[in-house]
Design a protein around this ligand. Structure first.
Ligand SMILES: Cc1ncc(COP(=O)(O)O)c(C=O)c1O
Length: 240
């Protein structure tokens, strides 16, 4: 029997769990959450990161942040894990599948434009197995049609794209929003886990509010406000 994967452990996991328990705060956004978020922001140049319980959760946040509504169309690669499409299906959007290259499972950037209609709202790209999609061409298309670009970077931590002018950018830092997985099958793991990356300032506040279950609690903990409550950021959740 050949196992599909062996989770990589450094040997310090139990020590850190003990430290977290001893700190008296074991919910989210504690010292380890903040250390991880800072590490990823500093190392890979993401404008803002929020740790989530999975990449699927991070993609669900992307669908809410992109304000995906029924009738909207979202272009998704046909070769991917179900979570690339599911969060947009939950918003009752129409999924428009884009084909892969003949010799590579990534979305064929030359086949995207023909799928765009006046209902297209977002494009999801998947950097399959950490191999970058053609981000230069895809950025051109998203800018031309004013679409939201979401990178499903579940498998792409510590992978990069080099632009024609030599600029090198970490995958997950190029689109408006990105999502990573730390599931035990990935290169950096936490059992189950994920991360939302926000690269466009205009999504940062709402992302933090969605992350805090519709409240401005993060602002309260930073001492920016003296009490916290629900905030209506106008985001849309589809209910039948
Ligand atoms: C491309 C892709 N997107 C999303 C996911 C979902 O990740 P998670 O299990 O962290 O929700 C995976 C998991 O393998 C994946 O490969």
């Amino acid at each position: 029997m050949t196992p599909f994967n062996k989770p990589y452990l450094t040997g310090k996991e139990t020590k850190y769990i003990e430290e977290a328990v001893a700190s008296g705060k074991i919910s989210g956004n504690g010292i380890f959450t903040q250390k991880c978020q800072k590490f990823f922001e500093d190392t890979y140049g993401f404008k803002k990161t929020l740790l989530t319980t999975s990449c699927t959760d991070a993609l669900e946040m992307c669908a809410i942040l992109a304000d995906i509504k029924p009738e909207d169309e979202v272009i998704v690669p046909s070769y991917t894990f179900v979570s690339s499409a599911l969060p947009f299906v939950r918003q009752n959007a129409k999924i428009v599948f884009a084909d892969s290259y003949e010799n590579n499972p990534n979305i064929d950037a030359d086949k995207i434009e023909e799928l765009i209609t006046d209902k297209t709202k977002a494009i999801v790209v998947v950097h399959y197995a950490g191999i970058a999609c053609d981000m230069e061409k895809i950025l051109e298309i998203t800018e031309k049609y004013n679409l939201i670009l979401i990178e499903d970077a579940a498998q792409a931590i510590d992978s990069y794209y080099v632009f024609k002018n030599g600029t090198k950018k970490a995958l997950g830092s190029i689109g408006h929003l990105g999502a990573f997985s730390f599931h035990e099958t990935k290169n950096i793991i936490s059992g189950e886990g994920g991360m939302l990356t926000i690269n466009d300032e205009k999504f940062v506040n709402r992302a933090e509010i969605i992350w805090e279950k519709g409240t401005n609690r993060s602002m309260f903990f930073r001492g920016e406000i003296n009490k916290y409550g629900w905030v209506d950021t106008g985001f849309f959740v589809f209910t039948k």
